[in-house]
Each structure stands twice: as structure tokens, then as C-alpha cells.
Design a binder for this molecule. Structure first.
Ligand SMILES: Cc1cc2nc3c(=O)[nH]c(=O)nc-3n(C[C@H](O)[C@H](O)[C@H](O)COP(=O)(O)OP(=O)(O)OC[C@H]3O[C@@H](n4cnc5c(N)ncnc54)[C@H](O)[C@@H]3O)c2cc1C
Length: 304
């Protein structure tokens, strides 16, 4: 239970409008599920250091989220504070062939600004519904592109409250992974290195990728994108389909009929429904094909 006096003290660092109590996480995740965060804050980039120092000083655990597009938050909710790096921390600027963006900037906005400036290299990311911070953490990628190909450097806040700038090599970027979570870093901003290109070609490529997403993905339902990572030598969606799990459901959670790699919220799903379905998928695919699927979606909170 977070005391009222703590909220009042926090209100001396950030505005009251940036602080919410018992905020439903279903409003902040693309799965549209998840119980309440005891405390929910939306700081600006320059407030982050003081806010995290405040939580540490008061022994309040905190979790960082971006757009919640790769998250499964448990139904009971999250103890302590959730720090959302979103709109309040979303400045983007273009300097020559470099794009500098704060963690909360949406990839779509960043990619559009790059495209408007005639810079190529970020088209692949324009349809990924996450923030720049989340994309660095996940080394997000699509259609042959990956954040690792364009990151020049990333500025992080360390758990000791130090602000450090790391090169792409220091981020240990792998398939949908980086060293950010392991080191408890918070991404504050990043510089992306792009190249000069033809504006019309960039716009056409972004349109083409958008059309492919609309055609292949169940965008009409809440989801967190691909539920599982691609196992080496296979495609998760095909394994799930071949295992006979197309349309398989638990409560309101369902294996998408359009794309079996997506678990969707068909309506009224709980986090527990989704987790139970994911476990079932892993079990069945393992039995049939001896391949162990690994979740790409990150779980937050306590699951049974
Ligand atoms: C319809 C749909 C399509 C998708 N398509 C793709 C795709 O093509 N390719 C792909 O890679 N992904 C895809 N995704 C998944 C998702 O959009 C990406 O993983 C995205 O990068 C997550 O960003 P986010 O801001 O939503 O992060 P969140 O989901 O909020 O967080 C993801 C992880 O990063 C951490 N985190 C977030 N921000 C920070 C920060 N600033 N500092 C430290 N830690 C942080 C969180 O704690 C969590 O562990 C898709 C999702 C959906 C819903």
C-alpha cells in the first residue's frame, strides 16, 4: 500500500496529472488486459532520474513500460510503480542523416519524420506499434530490418542513477533481445544512423509493408504481435497451425485464424486465459514436433 504522503512528495517532482493510483494496465497494453498498477507515472525524460531516485529512496519497486505492445500484465496487477515512457518523453529531431529520439517516441512517428527528411533505413519499423525505448530493448525487427542495423548509440539511466551513452556494440543486440533488462537500464533516448534516400521510394516501401501487415495480421483484434519467438529453422505460426491449433481458444483468448503466430483477445480475455493458452500451445507443439517455443511477449506481475 503506497501512503498518501508519498504521493504528495512525488507531486513535488512531477505534476499531479502525471500520477495515477490503481491505474488499469488494460488501458496501457495492446492486449487490452492486465490488472491495476498501484502507482502509475508518466514522467518526461528529464524527470526520469529524479523519479527513479525517489522510488528507490522509498523502497518502491518500479517497472518501465513503453506502449505496452509486447506485454502480458497479470490480472492481479502490479505492485509498486509503473513508469510509462510515452508521449511525455517523445521528442524527435533530425540532424543530417541522424535521427535523435527520446524513448517514448512511437516508431511510426520516428519513421515518418525520417521519411519526410528523405532518410532511408527505418521503413521496416514504421508499422511496429511500439516506442523507440521498447524497440531498443526488444531489438524489434520486421521484413529483413532490425533496430541493430540503425542504432548508433543509446543513452540509458543505470540502476545507480548514472546516465551513460552506449554504442550499439555495447547493447548486446540479438534476436529480439538486448542487455538492457539484464542490467536494469532504462532507455532514455537513442540516435539512429540512416542514409539519404529517395522520398517517393521510402514512402512507397512504407505503404507496401503496411499493406502486407493488414493482409496477413489480425490487426482488428487486440494482441501483442507475434506471441512466440521464431525457433531456429522454423516459423512459430506454421508450427502452431500444423499442430492443429488454429482457432484454439481459452476463455476470450484465441489462436488467430488469420495468423496462427498471434494469440488475440477475441473479447473479454483475461491475462490468465492468454497465459493458459500460451502454455497449451507450447505443450502441444513440443509433443508434436519436439520444438520448444519461447514467448516473445514479456510477462509482468505474478502468474500462477
Ligand atoms: C500488431 C502488432 C504487431 C507487431 N509487430 C512487430 C514486428 O513486426 N516486429 C517486432 O519486433 N515486434 C512487433 N510487435 C511487438 C512490439 O510492438 C515490439 O516488441 C515493440 O518494440 C515493443 O515496444 P513497446 O514500447 O510497446 O514496449 P513494451 O511492450 O511497453 O515493453 C517491452 C519491454 O521493454 C521494456 N521497456 C519498454 N520501454 C523501455 C525503456 N524505455 N527502457 C527500458 N525498458 C523498457 C519493458 O519493461 C518490457 O520488458 C508487434 C506488436 C503488435 C501488437
Amino acid at each position: 500500500m503506497i501512503r498518501q504522503s508519498i504521493i504528495e512528495d512525488l507531486g513535488k517532482i512531477i505534476k499531479k496529472e502525471q500520477i495515477r493510483l490503481n491505474e488499469p494496465m488494460s488501458a496501457h497494453t495492446t492486449f487490452r488486459v492486465g490488472g491495476p498498477a498501484e502507482l502509475f507515472v508518466q514522467p518526461k525524460t528529464e524527470e526520469l532520474k529524479e523519479v527513479t531516485a525517489f522510488f528507490r529512496a522509498h523502497g518502491i519497486p518500479y517497472t518501465i513500460i513503453g506502449n505496452g505492445s509486447n506485454l502480458l500484465v497479470c490480472d492481479r496487477g502490479i505492485k509498486g510503480a509503473v513508469i510509462e515512457l510515452g508521449k511525455a518523453a517523445s521528442e524527435v529531431s533530425v540532424e543530417g542523416t541522424f535521427v535523435r529520439a527520446n524513448a517514448g517516441a512511437m516508431l511510426s512517428k520516428t519513421a515518418n519524420m525520417a521519411a519526410d527528411a528523405g532518410l532511408t533505413g527505418m521503413e521496416f519499423a514504421s508499422g511496429i506499434p511500439g516506442t523507440l525505448g521498447g524497440a531498443v530493448v526488444m531489438n524489434a525487427g520486421a521484413y529483413g530490418g532490425e533496430m541493430s542495423q540503425i542504432i548508433k548509440e543509446v543513452t540509458v539511466l543505470t540502476p545507480d542513477g548514472e546516465i551513460k551513452t552506449l554504442s550499439a556494440a555495447e547493447l548486446e543486440l540479438g534476436y529480439r533481445s538486448s542487455c538492457i533488462a539484464k542490467n536494469e537500464y532504462i532507455v532514455m533516448s537513442a540516435v539512429l544512423a540512416l542514409e539519404r534516400g529517395d522520398r517517393d521510394k521510402i514512402a512507397a516501401r512504407m505503404e507496401e509493408l503496411k499493406a502486407r501487415r493488414i493482409e496477413k495480421q489480425p490487426l482488428e483484434y487486440p494482441s501483442a504481435g507475434s506471441t512466440f519467438k521464431r525457433p531456429e529453422g522454423y516459423f512459430a505460426g506454421k508450427l502452431i497451425m500444423d499442430a492443429g491449433l488454429r482457432g484454439c481458444s481459452v476463455g476470450g483468448a484465441q489462436v488467430s485464424e488469420k495468423h496462427c503466430g498471434f494469440v488475440i483477445n477475441k473479447g473479454g480475455a483475461t491475462a490468465s486465459d492468454i497465459k493458459t493458452l500460451m502454455d497449451h500451445i507450447i505443450r502441444v507443439v513440443e509433443e508434436k514436433f519436439k520444438v520448444t517455443l519461447e514467448a516473445e511477449v514479456r510477462k509482468l506481475g505474478e502468474f500462477e
